[in-house]
Design a protein around this ligand. Structure first.
Ligand code: AMP
Length: 181
């Protein structure tokens, strides 16, 4: 398997109701920095995105943000980013994040996070890449999603090996184990 140097993080522009989500995001950013892994993310200061960046940058790591020009004001950039890449569309953002990363981690998030995570899973299903994808559950957050995917398989709309396209991790430590498994 390819050595992982940069991890793409998909996560919420919100922080959710439980403070544990923000703690997890910050701890994940810090853990990436301590392992020498760079982070690529949506670039924003808000929500879990901001916490990941703070964690990574605060521990001396690299955090590269990729933001569509039209969103720069709504989701203003996190402070002190290693680099802010401005692109022209949401599609270009996802393509750029894909190109810059060797693996993908979805922390808790909303519709944008779901969309990003599903796209990268479907690209793997289609054989467009073979980079690892980890759903970082932080408690039970992704449990309903995994149940939905099981349902999709059970009803005959996806092959059984779909479950092999992604891994699920409960703790920050387990995310790294799954990424390098
Ligand atoms: P959310 O999970 O909804 O809080 O969104 C997380 C990030 O995904 C935010 O930066 C959103 O702007 C972004 N986002 C929302 N929809 C898309 C999309 N279709 N493609 C790429 N990024 C998106």
């Amino acid at each position: 398997m390819q050595q992982i140097e940069t991890v793409c993080v998909y996560c919420g522009a919100s922080s959710g109701h439980d403070a544990e989500f923000a703690r997890f995001a910050s701890a994940f950013g810090t853990a990436c920095a301590r392992r020498g892994l760079g982070v690529v993310f949506g670039g924003a200061a808000v929500g879990l995105m901001g916490r990941v960046a703070e964690g990574a940058l605060g521990a001396g790591g690299r955090a590269v943000g990729v933001v569509p020009r039209f969103m720069e004001e709504a989701e203003f950039p996190a402070a002190g980013l290693t680099e802010l890449v401005v692109v022209e569309s949401l599609h270009a953002r996802k393509q750029k994040m894909f190109e810059l990363a060797d693996g993908f981690v979805a922390l808790p998030g909303g519709l944008g996070t779901l969309e990003e995570a599903f796209e990268i899973i479907t690209w793997r299903q289609l054989g467009l890449h073979d980079k690892p994808i980890v759903l970082a559950s932080c408690g039970d957050y992704w449990k309903p999603l995994v149940a939905l995917l099981d349902h999709v398989v059970a009803t005959g709309f996806a092959r059984r090996d779909v479950a092999g396209l992604y891994a699920v991790a409960e703790s920050v430590e387990e995310v790294f184990e799954r990424l390098s498994a």
